[in-house]
Design a binder for this molecule. Structure first.
Ligand SMILES: [Mn+2]
Length: 327
């Protein structure tokens, strides 16, 4: 079963690859820059340029005994999400990326349709275990100090249309390339009937939303990034049932393996071992659904004074669970 962690294509690449290899990570998710051209080393201006970049990236990761398995297009691409001028160029850029990923053999493109960075949609951090703090959300507290609204305003119907427009263009390119798209939920997932936070329309906030999105463009390439944290925060959702349901339809392309306490309208992002989710039971549900990975790291509380300790902690915990369950 594959454990995956993410990596930025920057100056610390070699050092970070060596660290991940030492921890026993199997595969790597590469972060694309926010905007085309932002990092000149990542050139997807043509399929040939994209292929040259991704084959080099794949070889660099392979030289450290791991596989480049995922590309993250999770921030930026606002024109696509908001339907602004320039979206077709951005989509063309992503299509070049996907075509190259197919050529080189990188099977997953992870993305989201969040209009605002989740960090803005939070209340103050709360006390965690020991000297740690937990990223937290309390709706009443959030409303006292809300994020600046999305401008220009965009309606939920428009954002749904934008997602549909994107999928209609992108999924056929993915099918051709043998790449699967993994859509991350809204963070936080906002229940039906609750006004959008800061006007950021929420169209990926429930399992029904996912079903609607799968039905818009039916394809094995139209899949889900099962963020276990966000799904647990969905009001009234039983996370084990959700794993069985989504996994049973073969829609889970990758997992964000993390734990939380509570659900909307108040939750905390906890260490893996002290949230509400029984991680052993969750791992059994993934196994029973036939999911083989990658299990990816996601936000986890930091250990003050030990910057990378949380990565080592989560990977060790994850490896132990995999060894206990997948046998
Ligand atoms: Mn996540």
């Amino acid at each position: 079963m594959l454990i995956q962690d993410k990596l930025a294509w920057d100056n610390n690449l070699e050092k970070n690859l060596a660290f991940l290899q030492t921890l026993g990570v199997d595969c790597v998710a590469l972060e694309l820059p926010d905007r085309p051209g932002a990092n000149p080393a990542v050139d997807c201006s043509t399929p040939a340029a994209a292929t040259a970049f991704f084959s080099k990236a794949k070889a660099t990761v392979a030289a450290h005994g791991m596989e480049l398995r995922t590309v993250l297009a999770t921030s930026g691409f606002e024109e696509v999400k908001r339907g602004l001028p320039g979206r077709d160029e951005k989509i063309a850029w992503l299509q070049n990326a996907v075509q190259a990923m197919g050529t080189v053999g990188i099977p997953i493109l992870a993305y989201n349709f969040k209009l605002l960075n989740s960090k803005l949609l939070r209340s103050a951090p709360t006390q965690g275990r020991g000297t740690s703090t937990y990223i937290s959300f309390d709706y009443a507290e959030y409303l006292k100090k809300p994020a600046p609204p999305v401008t220009p305003p965009v309606s939920e119907a428009q954002v749904r249309d934008n997602l549909h427009y994107f999928l209609k263009a992108q999924i056929p390119a993915c099918e051709k390339a043998g790449v699967r798209m993994a859509l991350h939920p809204d963070d936080p997932p906002v229940p039906l009937g609750t006004p959008a936070l800061a006007g950021a329309a929420h169209v990926v906030s429930s399992l029904d939303d996912y079903q609607r999105i799968f039905d818009l463009v039916p394809s094995p390439s139209n899949g889900m990034l099962f963020c276990q944290g966000c799904v647990t925060e969905m009001k009234g959702v039983d996370v084990y049932d959700a794993i069985r349901k989504m996994g049973g339809m073969n829609k889970i392309v990758m997992v964000h393996f993390r734990n939380v306490r509570g659900e909307f309208p108040h939750f905390q992002e906890t260490f893996v071992d002290n949230g509400d989710v029984d991680m052993f039971r969750a791992m059994q549900a993934y196994r029973d659904a036939g999911f083989k990975g990658p299990f990816s790291l996601d936000h986890s509380p930091m250990f003050p004074g030990a910057e990378v300790a949380n990565q080592a902690f989560v990977i060790g915990y994850l490896r132990a669970l995999i060894q206990a369950v997948y046998r």
